[in-house]
Design a protein around this ligand. Structure first.
Ligand code: NDP
Length: 287
């Protein structure tokens, strides 16, 4: 069997067109503040792509490039300004942050109604309780890809490898919400291959090349490769190439999950603007 590749690039283009129409229809101005601290080249590329996608759909990107040496208090002050600025309807802080800054503190400082990444405990908690406001972009984009390819989730065995707050945990919650039997595996999981081989839907978000090989995959399974690793100058995922002969559906790297992450971010950004315009009810005011 050779897996059908799930074309995240094509679906993301479709989503962008939909979002552009929605932006026109709702008639409120939408501004996404992008905050980048330091010079990390990969982060700079991600920010640029997100800003380009915003422009394409009629969202104004508001660029904040800050010095690598910025203190935590300094960044908190910037976030407070953005929270108070009506032109800014969404705030995105590119992670990772320099080591002198406590990421959790910054995540909590972003007002939940502008938290388009869905990382604030209020929004993460809403997802946990089954009433999502902003769900994290990467898992949301993956859900859209699974829907597009008609992947059956109800009653399916879904295994997520990786338990970060950004990808693994929200991914498992979204799969659970669609009635999959969701399992989360991680670095302490014993006999990872036995766990992954049980999966009808396998999401791998580890950040290590070749974490999952063909022998660890059920024949015909849907395999979502979230990993982005640079090996000898080439981008590779967490899933080895031989999985193509074992999976039924597979996301390529690049061109699978990455574009869908940005597409989902755009959807969240529009949602934030609609909450603030009173077109949608945000369930909580405070933090
Ligand atoms: P983290 O480093 O935060 O989490 C990695 C997870 O993988 C941890 O839970 C860790 O377990 C687990 N893990 C590490 N080694 C193993 C192993 N050998 N076996 C099983 N589990 C293991 O990473 P992120 O979740 O932020 O990102 C994961 C990957 O996805 C990265 O490559 C990242 O670049 C990529 N990514 C891609 C995006 C996209 O748009 N395509 C967006 C976001 C991330 P433990 O908790 O026990 O340490």
């Amino acid at each position: 069997m050779t897996a059908v590749l799930m074309d995240g690039k094509a679906l993301a283009a479709k989503v962008r067109a939909e979002v552009a129409r929605e932006v026109e229809e709702i008639g409120v101005s939408i501004g996404l503040a992008t905050v980048l601290v330091g010079e990390d080249p990969a982060s700079a590329v991600y920010i640029r792509r997100k800003q380009e996608a915003c422009r394409e759909v009629g969202i104004e990107p508001i660029d904040h490039k800050l010095d690598e040496s910025l203190s935590e208090e300094g960044l908190l002050a910037v976030i407070e300004e953005l929270n108070a600025d009506d032109r800014v309807t969404g705030i995105l802080v590119q992670l990772p942050l320099p080591e002198q800054i406590d990421e959790d503190r910054i995540i909590r400082a972003v007002h939940p109604i502008k938290d388009v990444d869905g990382f604030h405990p209020t929004n993460a908690g809403q997802l946990f309780q089954g009433n999502p406001t902003f769900a994290a972009a990467t898992p949301s984009g993956i859900m859209e890809l699974l829907r597009e390819y008609d992947v059956a989730l109800k009653g399916a065995r879904a295994v997520v490898v990786g338990r970060s707050n950004i990808v693994g945990k929200p991914m498992a919650l979204l799969l659970l919400a669609e009635h999959a039997t969701a399992t989360i595996a991680h670095s302490r999981t014993q006999d990872l291959g036995a766990v992954t081989k049980d999966a009808d839907v396998l999401v791998v978000a580890v950040g290590r090349p070749e974490t999952v090989t063909a022998g660890m995959v059920k024949a015909g399974a849907t395999v979502i490769d979230v990993g982005i690793n640079r090996v000898n100058g080439t981008l590779v995922g967490d899933v080895s190439v031989d999985v193509r002969d074992q999976a039924g559906l597979l996301t390529p790297v690049p061109g699978g999950v990455g574009p869908m992450t940005i597409a989902a971010l755009l959807r969240n950004t529009v949602r934030a603007a609609r909450y603030q315009a009173g077109q949608l009810a945000f369930p909580l005011d405070g933090r």
